[in-house]
Ligand binder design. Sequence first.
Ligand SMILES: [Fe+2]
Ligand SMILES: [Fe+2]
Length: 171
Amino acid sequence: MRYYYLYNLLYHHGQDILNAKNMQLEKDFMQHGHLSCYCHSLFVAYISLRIVKSLHLNANERSLIRGALLHDYFLYDWHLPSPNNKRHAFSHPRRAYENASIDFELNELERDIILKHMFPLTLKLPRYRESYIVLLADKYCAVYETLAKSKTKVKVEHLEKMVNQKTSHES
Ligand SMILES: [Fe+2]
Ligand SMILES: [Fe+2]
C-alpha cells in the first residue's frame, strides 16, 4: 500500500474541509478513547480509502473522503451532560448533515454517507456502496479507538501530521 498516495488523496479531496474553521473546532471535542472528533473523522476517511484500495472497489473517492470527513460534523461535546446529548447516537447524523450543508456543498452521495452512517440505529438503509464503506470504517475505528487507545493515538497523530504537512506545504 502506498501510504503517501493515500495522504495525497485525503489532502486533494478534503483540504477545504480539514482547514475549515468549524472542522478545526472538532479538535476540541473528544470522540472515542483519547481521540478528538477531528482525528476520528480523518481516521475514518483514511480507513474508508484503504478499504476501497485494498479490495479494488469501484467508488467515488472524492465523495467517500468528503462524506467520511463530515460524518460526525455535529460540533458539540456529546460527553457533556445535557438533555440534548441523551439521544446523541440517534440524532447526531442529522445534526452533522445540517451543519455540513451550511458550510459545504454536498452531493446526494455525501448526504447519504452522513445521514446513514449510524445504520441500523438510523432506520433507513444506506443507498450507496460508499455509504456502506464509511459505515463499516466508522464501526471499525470506534472499536479500535476504544480498545487500543494509546496505539490509535500514535497512529492517527502520524496520519494528521502527514496530511497537515501537505496542507502547509501547498497553501
Ligand atoms: Fe457518528
Ligand atoms: Fe464516527
